[in-house]
Design a protein around this ligand. Structure first.
Ligand code: XIL
Length: 346
């Protein structure tokens, strides 16, 4: 079969194919927004929701207490206004890519809960306020739960228990009452204990009147050890929360599917037809489940973590090896899996 490329006007578009079910998106970088580039053609054709892969995190935007760097996020916001695409803000509070000044005073001692929360509120008010009406969704907190269940013992948690999370949501709501506020995490489909903690914690927030609108499932999946029954079972723990909050939404926020197990030391795997078949079958099953969730009105969007295989972080993390985790290949060619996945919509 002749190759088809994601930027070609005649190629199928993920966003169009799934439009009656959910939005489809991708993580991008501000330098992908050059108008006459292939990247720009791909992203505008294929997707209708976008996340900045790194540039809106606290480390780049707020490197020092009195220094803010917004030029790249501004560019992203301008792109959203120009094109009418939906923008996601990622992320306000996280243990990763957060500058250390948040946690320490001038004597290098940990700050009190009061000081930490006031710094956090200042950060959230400034960032969410600046993009009010432009960034529609915020990953308010990211990865606050441990893989084994229980809350992650980050510096945030050590200083402020779970109060920082609740205050973060309240502050974001005040700063932009129309933004959708998400709690985002990984392995929610693969760790039963983590899913249980997430469901229990979101329940607690809802019961406390904390303004949480949805749960973000990162879904950094693996071709070999993703158990679909388990995935469905764990996701159902979250849809069950609609009994107490009927409008709670789910978003798939960072989808990809690595062809290396976590501990795999091998350099480049050979991307055989057989591997591609397995990959395609797993993605297809996954998207059938997404459609099922969308038909229940609970799934808002599915965002891939990267535009194409070549731009994926998985080529460098946790090790450097060539990876093939997305539906669009490194030449922007549509992979066989792309056609199988889009083929489920009749
Ligand atoms: C990753 C980026 O893709 C990398 O470029 C960066 O070096 C580290 O962060 N979960 C998240 C994302 O919430 O912010 C991470 O992004 C991937 C895992």
């Amino acid at each position: 079969m002749e190759k088809m490329y994601a930027y070609e006007p005649s190629a199928p578009s993920l966003t169009e194919v799934f439009s009656k079910y959910f939005k489809v998106g991708a993580a991008i970088n501000s330098w992908n927004l050059e108008k006459d580039s292939r990247e720009y053609a791909v992203l505008t054709k294929q997707f209708d929701v976008f996340t900045l892969e790194n540039e809106s995190k606290p480390e780049p935007t707020h490197p020092e207490p009195d220094r803010w760097v917004f030029d790249r996020v501004d560019r992203f916001a301008a792109f959203g206004e120009e094109t009418g695409k939906t923008l996601r803000g990622h992320t306000l509070v996280w243990h990763g890519q957060c500058p250390m000044w948040f946690f320490f005073d001038e004597n290098k001692q940990l700050v009190t809960e009061e000081v930490l929360i006031s710094r956090m509120k200042d950060h959230i008010r400034t960032v969410v306020g600046r993009y009010k009406g432009k960034i529609a969704v915020w990953d308010v907190v990211n990865e606050v739960i441990r893989d084994e269940g229980g809350m992650r013992e980050s510096l945030w948690y050590k200083i402020a228990g779970t109060n920082y999370i609740k205050e973060a949501f309240r502050t974001a709501r005040e700063a932009d009452p129309s933004a959708r506020l998400i709690i985002n995490d990984y392995n929610l489909e693969s760790s039963d204990a983590k899913a249980d903690t997430m469901a229990a914690f979101v329940r607690e927030m809802i019961e406390d009147g904390v303004p949480v609108d949805g749960i973000g499932l990162q879904m950094h999946l693996n071709l070999f050890d993703t158990d679909m029954d388990k995935l469905r079972r764990n996701v159902r723990k979250f849809t069950a929360l609609r009994e107490i909050k009927p409008d709670l939404m789910l978003e798939v926020t960072e989808l990809d599917m690595s062809c290396y197990l976590w501990a795999d030391e091998s350099t480049d795997v050979e991307w055989t037809d057989e591997l591609h078949e397995q990959f395609s079958a797993k993605y297809t099953e996954l998207f059938r489940f997404y459609v099922e969730l969308a038909e229940e009105g609970v799934l808002d969007s599915v965002v891939f973590w990267g535009l194409d295989d070549g731009h994926s972080w998985l080529n460098g993390f946790p090790r450097r090896h060539k990876n093939y985790p997305l539906l669009i290949g490194r030449d922007f060619e549509l992979k066989k899996a792309f056609f199988n996945v889009t083929g489920i919509v009749k």
